[in-house]
Design a protein around this ligand. Sequence first.
Ligand code: NAP
Length: 260
Amino acid sequence: MIKYDFTGKNVIVTGGSMGLGASICEEFAAAKANVVIADINIDEANKKKEELSKYGTKIITSKLDVSNYEEFVSLIEKVKNELGSIDILVNNAGICKSAPLTDMDVNECNAMVNINLNGTIYGCKAVLPVMKEQNYGKIVNISSMAAKLGNANSAVYATTKAGILELTACLAREYAPFNINVNCVLPGIIRTPLWENMLDSYTNGDPAGKDAMFQQITKDIPLGRPQEPKDIANAVLFLCTEEASNITAQNLGVDGGQSY
Ligand code: NAP
């Protein structure tokens, strides 16, 4: 097991209450970082904060809708004032709806663009001035394997996630002179609340149907299993270590070999 040590580092994770974000928060706290759980669901964020108190670092919760730029700017200001620096931002919050484009409500399209893509742009735009001033920072954007697959029924979601790849590469080069690393992690398939909701919608919530469908969807993964949230968290933490300090503008797939 890799032993990470983020003592004294201050980390913000968006969508940190549940799913992958919650696991990323937990692994950072376990590695001695101070963690800001920034999520639209503040009740779940506060529950997560209690769970993480056992690690003994500062855990802060903040209600944030990533699709609201002003809220993001206020969060950054608040964290800077409270903790003194912002070393790491993980732009993780995201939503997923899957349907043929012609069947998708335009409001659902807009929500995915606003949360997944604009939310990531806003996070980077809000935090970069602080990181520039520090001459130090790590940004990890959570994209998706879907960004590379060109799958049917995934046009809008996959487009938002593909946009994150280009955003990451452009910003990595733009802010490299300020000792800021910007990278992307592309998760494969993890049975988080996001996937539970999708399985519910495909099967009308039938538990056996959901299990069967998940098995079917994950049966061809080359490494033989779907990912666990911790698989994704491990990749995120690695990219934020000093050992990874010469890695920037990269897309790290964590999908058991489904994409390359
Ligand atoms: P999840 O289980 O749905 O958790 C996402 C968290 O983000 C929830 O706490 C959610 O709160 C919060 N959130 C939603 N909208 C938000 C907003 N506007 N502002 C702030 N927080 C918001 O999702 P997940 O599976 O962990 O996914 C995390 C990221 O990984 C997403 O970007 C997703 O696209 C990406 N991803 C996931 C998978 C997968 O298989 N799970 C695969 C590839 C990529 P509410 O629940 O209250 O909405």
